[in-house]
Design a protein around this ligand. Sequence first.
Ligand SMILES: [Zn+2]
Length: 431
Amino acid sequence: MTTYLIKRARILGGEPTDLVLRDGVIAEIGLSTAPATDDTGEVVDAEGLIALPGLVDLHTHLREPGREDAETVETGTLAAALGGFTAVHAMANTDPVADTAGVVEQVWRLGREAGHCDVFPVGAVTVGLGGERLAEIGAMADSAARVRVFSDDGRCVSDAVLMRRALEYVKAFDGVIAQHAQEPRLTEDAQMNEGELSGRLGLRGWPGVAEEAIIARDCLLAAHVHSRLHVCHVSTAGSVEIVRWAKSKGWPVTAEACPHHLLLTDELAATYDPIYKVNPPLRSQADVEALRVGLADGTIDVVATDHAPHPHEDKDCEWQAAAFGMVGLETALSIVQQTMVDAGLLDWAGVAQRMSIKPAQIGRLSGHGRPIQVGEPAHMVLYDPAATRVIDSAETASLSRNTPYAGRELPGRVVATFLGGKATVLDGKPA
Ligand SMILES: [Zn+2]
């Protein structure tokens, strides 16, 4: 395995120092480190670059098996590596659904074969995401994929009895239920955030209360049965308030926000361009600001991408017919820099907490989200915060191009990503 000498990286934005990655671990840190002496050693000039622990995504749709026209484990994990990720949780809404040990092991194996980042399959909560009976949760937990996160994401576990049973079930192995909070009756045919604009555009509204009511119920259930709840893609100010209340009680609740909800608002629906159609929908500026504050003060624990690739034909159509979702792995760190770091709300240590350390803890990944210290696994990203780039939707490793940022200039650039000491990205390109 190649030894890397990384020169003058700023760990978590601190003073420049050198690092040696050898045999899969961080072998040395300090300006006096000797250059890599063996023939296979490679020097990486990291002047001006920030070193963060490899990013961990709690919410990625890799689409395989079933929708290999939208994404595969190979292409999705390469996009992840280019975005600085070393681990992703692959959501269960595939075809077949990841509701058995067989399917989660298949996804896990495909991730190992691709080798771009570690893939941790999410298991479905209910059979076929049908919301009627529990999936083989225990078998998935005991499988080679060692599933700890369970979610019907894309659908809400709306039945309170099933949700309670699922929360009780996962306690046995310290699992967590990640809920896509969407009250189904309140969001029938909903197309965008409910408000003055939805009325004007003639699109069926999606009220914040449809999210908030489920979050409130599930926080109460999690407290009642003393089991871990994780709230996916929080999108409203009211949801932030409810999570803050649950945490003030000491309840075992964590939450995520997506980059697009930290930046974009429902005003974009006025373009009728389905590139901005997403679930949960883009909300108001006041919601965006509440999410940023919640992420800064720790109410929202993590940033998760909800990377949701869709092929051209599912997005390039009328708003009402278009699929929900946006790709996000390759732009997540840039959006967090723009909305949180450049805005003075988070420092780079805070970014590492919310994009690596905390998501690894929630997913119970012992080998990821570790501090950049000697002896730790060499999962790391080198990032240039001073760079800028204009997003070109054609320049992506993902099979799908449904980025809402095409043509926008974003700050920052991932220069290198290391997975267990192996470079997956160098000079901003696949290694
Ligand atoms: Zn979802």
